[in-house]
Every structure is written in C-alpha cells, then in structure tokens.
Ligand binder design. Sequence first.
Ligand SMILES: Nc1ncnc2c1ncn2[C@@H]1O[C@H](COP(=O)(O)OP(=O)(O)OP(=O)(O)O)[C@@H](O)[C@H]1O
Ligand SMILES: [Mg+2]
Length: 254
Amino acid sequence: MKIAVTGKGGVGKTTFAATLARLYADEGRHVLAADADPDANLGLALGFNEETLDSIIPISKMRKLVEERTGANSQNQFYTLNPKVDDIPDKYGKVCNGVKLLVLGTVETGGGGCVCPEHVMLKRIINNLVIHRDDVVILDMEAGLEHLGRGTTESMDAFVVVIEPGARSVQTYKNVKRLARDLGVSQVMVVANKVRNEEDEEFVRTRIPKEDLLGMIHYNTEVIDADRQGKSPYDFSQTVTREIIKIKEKIDQR
Ligand SMILES: Nc1ncnc2c1ncn2[C@@H]1O[C@H](COP(=O)(O)OP(=O)(O)OP(=O)(O)O)[C@@H](O)[C@H]1O
Ligand SMILES: [Mg+2]
C-alpha cells in the first residue's frame, strides 16, 4: 500500500504521516516513510534523534549518486531516464522504531516538464518502489499542489489530504481531488486535524463528503509539546494516537 499525505502548509501532514507509519510498524509491517519535503522533518516526528538526522543527505542532493545512476554530469547532457534505483531505500534509508526513513529532498525549479537528473531519480525511486503485499509506503509531501504536477505521485494508491477546519483547507482538498483524478489516483481521503469543538466538527462534516472523510484529530497541546521537544507525537500523546488508530482502521477497511 502506498499513501501520499498531502495538504496545505502546517495542517499536520508530518504529524499524521509519522504516527501512521509508527502504527503500521507496530503491526510488524515493513514501513518505508519517505520525506519528500525540502524542509524535511518527518524524521523527528518518527522519533529519530537529531544527530542521526543531521547525518542524512537527501537523495536529490547526492550529486555523485545521481551522476553515477543517471550518467548525467557537466560534460554529458544525455542521461538515462530509467536509472537503477531499486537498492536505494535499503542502502540509504535509516531505521528507527521499526520505520525506515528515506529522505528524498526535492528538486527546486522545473514544474511539470522538468526532466533534470535529480528529478528523474526521485520520480523513479517513488514510482518503482517494489513493495510486497503487506508493505506500507507513506510519503510525506511538501505543502501545496505543485508536486502533483511533477509525476512523482501517480503510482500512489491513495492520497490522504490533511485539512484544518477552514475554508482554505477545504479548497485544497477539492483541488487535490481534481488533480488526483487527472493522475489516475482514484482514492482521495481526508483527515481533519486540529479540530477544536463541535462547530469545527460540524464544519468538516458539512464540507467533506462522508465517503471521503476518514476521521478527525482534535487539537491537542501534547502534539505541540512533542514538537517543541523534538519528539515523536506517537510517544507523547495517547489521545491523538488513539484517534489516528481509528483513522488507520478506516484506511485498512478500504
Ligand atoms: N492535532 C494537533 N493539535 C495541536 N497541534 C498540532 C496538531 N497537529 C499538528 N500540530 C502542530 O502543528 C504544527 C504543524 O504540524 P506538522 O509539521 O505536522 O504540519 P505539516 O502539514 O507537516 O507542516 P508543513 O507544511 O510545514 O510540512 C506543529 O507545530 C504541530 O505540532
Ligand atoms: Mg511537514
């Protein structure tokens, strides 16, 4: 199963992606959590220590590796569009709490038509992850919609759009849904986060079709405390983790 977690900036994508990854790892599943945000911070939310994270270089920044695999370098403008990448997650992923983290980085510039070697590498890694029946891939995306045009997410089984109870977030969900259809990703599901009260709940229920809504996560200062201490929300907030367990059950039912 491959899930891309997407949504507006700061809504809780990383919090949700990391907790979901930890829950699948608890079941003994092989979990690959891929950080596709240039401002990578999925590692902290998974419970990695800062020292380990500081030592990780995003794949897109590994110039030698990109050159070696694609054949592109300053002298050679021609390169392969299907570099060998199947060994990358095992070679460059780091494991903590049963989750393998792969920091992909991103490619600045380009837009949809970008075919620079780094982009080719990332796209190929994501689209060619060989996964077995019970394996789980969770992709923590950068905020916004730009990445949806880059061709890195079309192999996903589902998008989970994290929203806050607000009109702008709902707009983002609608836009993702439209773009996902164009990409051929049919499952677009919503998690409402930072829900504060009944009015928020009502807002979400009236704006998001029932069949798309996986569940809600309430506003909880324990998540903020975890973040302040650079810790995994999973280890910090049983309440939020319980809410995400319910959401996970819904995902599993699909
Ligand atoms: N349920 C919640 N209750 C309170 N605070 C939360 C909750 N979920 C997330 N937060 C806080 O909101 C902030 C943003 O969360 P997070 O980093 O998970 O969002 P994001 O969507 O990944 O952000 P970005 O777009 O920057 O990648 C963090 O400070 C986090 O602790
Ligand atoms: Mg994030």
